[in-house]
Write a protein that binds this ligand. Structure first.
Ligand SMILES: Cc1ncc(COP(=O)(O)O)c(C=O)c1O
Length: 362
């Protein structure tokens, strides 16, 4: 059987042509393609502006630095997320305060309220797997306690909450364009969406050695710039993003229809327009199922096999390790099934048939 990949990057002649256009332009860093990509990303998100950077991790690090994040600060994050979510704040000496997830795999907002202390400065809701967090409630909690909110949209580009695109409701949204993401640039990349244009201007300076003009450095900065070739390709990808997300929802609907009596399929809130970066089921005998699918050339993943509050990089830093029952339970049975923007329905059917066969339901 032909391999069914977990995810796949979109490349067509238009994408290749865009890369060539950038190569031939003779301008490679923060030029016209980057400016156009930033404008198009802001329009797609529904924010006033968008700042590109070399990755989610680095642009969020710069954002935290501008926010003045530092030792003694507490920032509330879900434990069940990609490890990078809390790396930038930890580099600045702040403490990630881990909360459990709810039945949709995103942060439990009752737990967020309970975790707030006088030292809390911000919340990072992660729209994990493409399912949005209840942003009305997040913003109400943040307003009550005067906290900032950065939406982690790395896995959710184009997802919507009550019709609003993720990344447009918090004080900012943060994105990754890593090759597996819903919107990729065929390389590393990331960015911040925000309505705070003054903040965005300072972020643009910080990513480029703190400079205003070519040789005027207003503060000490970094090189977290973006390049023209990736921007040119990203602009083509962005045109296809909504269509690809629609295809992801079609695949997900087929999985749910055929698998909900066999494994635990994802729970989706009424107000969510899921972007299905991942389609994650909870399955008995998960490891044996994964091997069975691998033997049939079906690639799957485990996102993630260890909750972050139990990662050695974290437990060594904090004397108190919280107990987060659901985060600790799901790592044992979650399995990400193949899904991507161009996946055909018959591939999803083959995955469903193999899973049914494994559980003797064929
Ligand atoms: C939820 C989440 N946050 C942050 C990141 C970090 O993104 P990047 O690799 O662009 O730094 C990722 C990517 O792995 C992610 O999935």
């Amino acid at each position: 059987m032909q391999k069914i990949p977990l995810s796949k990057c979109f490349v067509n002649a238009e994408v290749e042509e865009a890369a060539l256009r950038a190569i031939r332009s003779g301008q490679y860093i923060l030029g016209k393609e980057c400016q156009a990509f930033e404008a198009e990303l802001a329009a797609h998100t529904g924010t006033k502006t968008f700042v590109l950077g070399s990755s989610w991790t680095m642009i969020v690090y710069l954002q935290h630095q501008l926010q003045g994040v530092g030792p003694g600060d507490e920032i509330i994050v879900p434990s069940h997320t990609a490890f990078p979510t809390m790396e930038p704040l930890m580099h600045l000496g702040a403490k990630p305060v881990f909360v459990d997830v709810d039945d949709t795999f995103v942060m439990d907002l009752d737990a967020v309220e309970a975790a707030i202390t006088p030292r809390t400065v911000g919340i990072i809701p992660v729209h994990l797997y493409g399912h949005p967090v209840d942003m009305d409630r997040v913003m109400a909690i943040a307003a009550k306690h005067k906290l900032w909110v950065i939406e982690d949209c790395a896995q959710a580009q184009g997802a919507k909450y009550k019709g609003k695109t993720v990344g447009s409701m918090g004080h900012s949204g943060a994105y990754s364009f890593f090759p597996s993401k819903n919107l990729t640039v065929l390389g590393d990349g990331g960015g911040i969406s925000t309505n705070d244009t003054h903040f965005a201007d300072r972020l643009r300076m910080l990513r480029n050695h703190g400079r205003q003009g070519k040789y005027d450095h207003e503060f000490v900065g970094y090189n977290v710039r973006f390049n023209e070739i990736n921007a040119a390709m990203g602009r083509v990808m962005l045109k296809h993003l909504d269509g690809f997300n629609e295809n992801r929802r079609t695949i997900a609907a087929r999985y749910t229809e055929r698998l909900s009596s066999i494994v635990k399929t994802p729970i989706v809130r009424d107000w969510a327009t899921h972007a299905y970066h991942m389609y994650v089921v909870r399955a008995e005998k998960r490891d044996a199922l994964q091997q069975f699918l691998k033997d049939r050339n079906i690639e799957t993943g485990i996102h993630y096999p260890k909750p972050n509050h139990l990662q050695p990089a974290v437990t060594g830093l904090f004397p108190y390790v919280p107990k987060l029952p659901l985060s600790e339970a799901i790592v044992k049975d979650i399995l990400s099934l193949p899904i991507h923007g161009e996946m055909p329905l018959d591939a999803a059917d083959k995955v469903c048939e193999a899973i049914a066969e494994f559980y003797g339901q064929k």
